[in-house]
Design a protein around this ligand. Structure first.
Ligand code: HEM
Length: 203
């Protein structure tokens, strides 16, 4: 289905676009990333899902749409394999085999899951919907994660990135980045179908 959609889309766009990079993702065992951890567990579900991922009445012109941040990460699998499993688990914030959350409130260094948890002053948590895709070419020693995050408020994803890269406290950055490097990325706004139709009619 995605392949066919891509073919039709590129056919319609014709010479109006130039393809610079093409990445084909796939689902790995138990929805794990190539680092071996189950990825996507803390995603919002039920009514929390649209509340986290779709713009609401606060921005009526854009309601129903979503801010989509993508980043193409490549992993240094050799370096990752040298890190003992308990340390990998402390880096991610979950156990590797059974995917149980690790409480690291008192740990000297926050895990990826804790750095990516966003709360306001009143303790309200702000989620995003993640749809990370593993990708790679073992023959080329290429192993990666295509991060895809949908958010209602762009500031939430930005804050996650800030906490991962700058660290909390500053300097205590996300150690996932010691073995994962973003090579490209961008921010899209995905409008609703009626909004797209309005744009078409306006031209
Ligand atoms: C190399 C790229 C990345 C990998 C391999 C990765 C992997 C993971 C894994 C294994 C978890 C724990 C299971 C889960 O709840 O899904 C997790 C949690 C999470 N990640 Fe990532 N991640 C990556 C990049 C990012 C980025 C760039 C962001 C945000 C901008 C992000 C946001 C989150 C959030 C919000 C959680 C859930 C935190 C919670 O428990 O509430 N991740 N990630």
């Amino acid at each position: 289905m995605c392949f066919e959609f891509e073919r039709i889309l590129l056919d319609r766009l014709g010479p109006g676009v130039t393809v610079i990079d093409e990445v084909t993702g796939f689902r790995y065992f138990d929805a794990r990333d190539l680092l071996g951890f189950v990825d996507g567990t803390a995603n919002p579900t039920g009514l929390d899902l649209p509340a986290s991922a779709r713009v609401g009445d606060e921005d009526a012109d854009f309601a129903g749409g979503s801010y989509v941040v993508v980043q193409k990460y490549l992993h240094d699998m050799q370096a990752w394999a040298r890190i003992p499993t308990p340390e990998q688990e402390a880096i991610i914030g979950r156990t590797k085999i059974d995917n149980i959350e690790i409480d690291d409130d008192d740990a000297p260094r926050k895990s990826h899951k804790s750095l990516a948890t966003i709360e306001d002053a009143d303790g309200n948590e702000y989620d995003i919907l993640r749809d990370n895709m593993p990708f790679g070419r073992p023959g080329q020693n290429e192993f990666g994660t295509y991060f895809i995050g949908y958010s209602r408020y762009l500031w939430v994803t930005e804050k996650m990135l800030q906490r991962m890269y700058i660290g909390e406290p500053p300097g205590a950055y996300d150690r996932l980045l010691d073995v994962s490097t973003p090579h490209t990325g961008t921010t899209f706004f995905a409008p609703t179908r009626p909004m797209l139709q309005t744009l078409v009619q306006a031209n």
